[in-house]
Design a protein around this ligand. Structure first.
Ligand code: NAI
Length: 254
């Protein structure tokens, strides 16, 4: 019998891509729910220092780490560092992501394309590869990958980003089946337009048209997205396997 309470008290979480935006809101929401939080990010020294202080103010254990998710060695190192500090990892969030200003396929810059796939897809794969053996040993785990509503509703001129996020959704569902019987859930969150630095990278015209077409008529706040991660990380979400949860202001409905 699962107690129907959304607490993360005593859980240890690793949030990769956690210093700013949605990842930062996830770290803070996890801490508020009682979890100890290790977060890792590329650069962002000031943001890491301020996040660490905010997490510690919530009376949980917290560590800030450096990672470049395009390097498997770097991802493996943050998993190792988290295990050294916390002893075990209950929750993994693979949240690092990048996009571009967009281009039709015939004008595609393959360096940009590769970068998007290296961060958005390979980063997620590396994170799961290095945490799952540990979770299998313990017979427990919650993995949450950040996909996008654009996985379900692709837009023109952002083929690499849409395809990378559709790949994250498919990878999530695939790996979820490998480990569901061992007490590990793997799901993804597919945020809609969210008020972070990334929102405007696609260009003002594109973003304003998307926002105007949204049933809710505005972008989401990172905290509104983070609540989905808290739920998926909690014990009551144990029957969610390989799902895409879509806080998106009504853009995609299913
Ligand atoms: P953001 O730009 O504020 O955050 C992106 C995070 O990824 C940053 O912490 C950044 O440092 C990290 N990152 C990028 N490259 C990295 C690398 N090589 N190694 C380690 N970390 C790296 O944007 P936001 O919105 O908070 O994005 C978080 C996730 O949400 C991303 O996966 C993004 O694709 C996804 N998303 C965002 C939406 C939005 O409208 N803001 C909508 C749908 C999905």
């Amino acid at each position: 019998m699962v107690e129907n309470v959304m607490t993360l008290t005593g859980r240890n979480a690793l949030v990769i891509g956690g210093a700013v935006g949605i990842g930062r809101a996830v770290c803070l929401a996890f801490a508020k729910a009682g979890a100890n939080v290790a977060f890792a990010d590329l650069d962002k020294r000031d943001e890491k220092a301020s996040l660490l202080a905010e997490l510690e103010a919530q009376s949980v254990d917290a560590i800030g780490l450096d990672v470049d998710v395009t390097s498997e060695t770097s991802v493996a190192a943050v998993v190792r560092q988290t295990l050294e500090s916390f002893g075990h990892i209950d929750i993994l969030v693979n949240n690092a992501g990048v996009t571009s200003s967009g281009s039709p396929i015939q004008g595609q810059d393959w360096d940009v394309w590769s970068r998007i796939f290296d961060v958005n897809l390979m980063g997620v794969a590396y994170g799961m590869k290095h945490v799952i053996p540990h979770m299998l040993e313990r017979g427990y785990g919650r993995i949450i990958n950040t996909s996008s509503q654009l996985a379900h509703k692709p837009v023109a001129n952002h083929g690499a980003y849409c395809a990378s996020k559709a790949a994250v959704t498919a990878l999530t569902a695939s790996v979820a089946q490998e480990v569901a019987g061992a007490g590990i859930t793997v799901n993804c969150v597919c945020p809609g337009m969210t008020n972070t630095a990334m929102l405007w990278v696609g260009g003002e015209e594109f973003v304003n048209a998307k926002l105007a077409a949204l049933p809710i008529g505005r972008a989401g706040e990172p905290e509104e997205i983070a609540s989905a991660y808290v739920y998926l990380a909690s014990d009551p979400a144990g029957f969610f396997i390989g799902q895409s949860i879509s806080p998106n202001g009504g853009d995609v409905m299913w």
